[in-house]
Design a protein around this ligand. Structure first.
Ligand SMILES: Nc1nc2c(ncn2[C@@H]2O[C@H](COP(=O)(O)OP(=O)(O)OP(=O)(O)O)[C@@H](O)[C@H]2O)c(=O)[nH]1
Ligand SMILES: [Mg+2]
Length: 345
């Protein structure tokens, strides 16, 4: 019996992708990237999964799980990465101007942490800034509610990290866990789970997909995970949409996400536009509306401190990236240095 594979529509192909196809692409096949390896990628096509190789010199770092690509089916070769509707990436090597792609074409990012020592507002705000900047809906997921004396306290703290923020408090091992996530997971939707190791990302992924990917208990002494999941991968959910599980992330550098930082701290960024000085550092300058609100108890001083820290890190990293890109451009013009080939996207 021939197995049935999902159609492009079921794989999440929208008008956004269709609009990028021209008559010249007639001989090519569309595929959604499910895995990215060092030297090849796996794409899901209407006739099943296909291993795809890239042209020599082209790096798979330019392809993300969730991407839509066009490939030459006979040669199993990736030809073109289509423009992304959304792109989640993090700053890593600022001196080269490179960013690491995390996932592509996401609608929702489940920023996952637990009702225990893993809960860290500053880290959650980093994820929120990335998601907001990318135009991806962030949802904070608090797992291990069943092991906490005060899940409601964690929920209150999470809700304070944004306006109209969705927060789910769950026992990821509970029988009803999928029902908490249902409204984000229907046909045509793509979601990803991100967070540190051991918070329960794969446990949730298994509940949503019906899969049985490996999960492992955390270390008892410090509640840290053991980095069980080692690669990103795309899976179909029982509710019809697609899910990307990711390995636990340690650092999350921010660069070029000024918009996302402002969106993460709306109560501060909105007031900042009313300060007397355009470059107000909110340190005590005359006419600072932000400090005024802190004094009136309307803005949390801890949030302000974290906003300043992220803004300063982002500004420095953004400048470093701009310099690095400029250098690469100039080297390219004079033919000096090694040019890193990139897939056209
Ligand atoms: N009691 C309880 N245990 C949970 C919950 N969520 C996850 N766990 C357990 O926590 C451990 C880690 O879960 P994983 O799903 O492997 O965590 P992960 O986030 O995928 O970790 P990495 O793959 O290392 O990034 C496992 O032993 C799970 O059974 C929860 O809500 N309640
Ligand atoms: Mg995992």
């Amino acid at each position: 019996m021939t197995p049935r594979f999902p159609t492009l529509a079921v794989l999440g192909w929208h008008a956004f992708q269709q609009d990028q196809i021209t008559a010249d692409d007639a001989a090519l096949t569309a595929a959604r990237i499910a895995n990215v390896h060092r030297d090849r990628v796996v794409g899901l096509t209407e006739t099943g999964p296909m291993e795809l190789t890239l042209d020599p010199g082209i790096t798979t770092a330019a392809v993300a799980v969730g991407d839509w690509v066009l490939c030459a089916p006979e040669q199993h070769r990736l030809i073109r990465v289509l423009d992304r509707q959304t792109e989640l990436s993090r700053g890593t090597e600022y001196h080269t101007g490179d960013k690491q792609l995390i996932a592509a074409n996401l609608d929702t990012l489940f920023i996952t942490t637990s009702c225990n020592a893993d809960f860290n507002p500053a880290r959650l705000e980093r994820y929120l800034a990335l998601a907001h900047d990318a135009g991806i809906t962030p949802v904070i997921v608090l797992t291990k509610a069943d092991q906490s004396d005060d899940p409601a306290g964690f929920e209150t703290q999470a809700l304070a990290l944004g306006r109209d923020l969705d927060v789910l408090v769950v026992n990821a091992k509970g029988a009803d866990v999928a029902s908490h996530f249902a409204r984000y997971c229907g046909a045509g939707q793509t979601v990803a789970l991100a967070g540190t190791s051991g918070v329960g990302k794969t446990t949730i992924a298994n509940a949503l997909t019906g899969g049985n990917a490996a999960t492992r208990d955390i270390r008892e002494d410090d509640a840290r995970g053991r980095h069980t999941t080692t690669g990103r991968s795309l899976h179909q959910m029982l509710a019809g949409g697609w899910l990307i599980d990711t390995p636990g992330m340690r650092g999350l550098g921010l660069a070029e996400v000024g918009f996302g930082i402002d969106a993460t701290f709306p109560e501060i960024s909105e007031l900042a536009t009313q300060c007397k000085f355009r470059d107000c550092a909110h340190e005590g300058e005359p006419g600072c509306m932000v400090q005024k609100a802190v004094k009136a108890g309307k803005v949390d001083p801890d949030r302000l401190a974290r906003f300043k820290k992220l803004t300063s890190e982002n500004t420095q990293a953004t400048e470093a990236i701009a310099l690095a890109r400029d250098k690469v451009r100039k080297q390219g013009r004079t033919g000096k240095g090694s040019k890193k080939p990139r897939i056209k996207s």
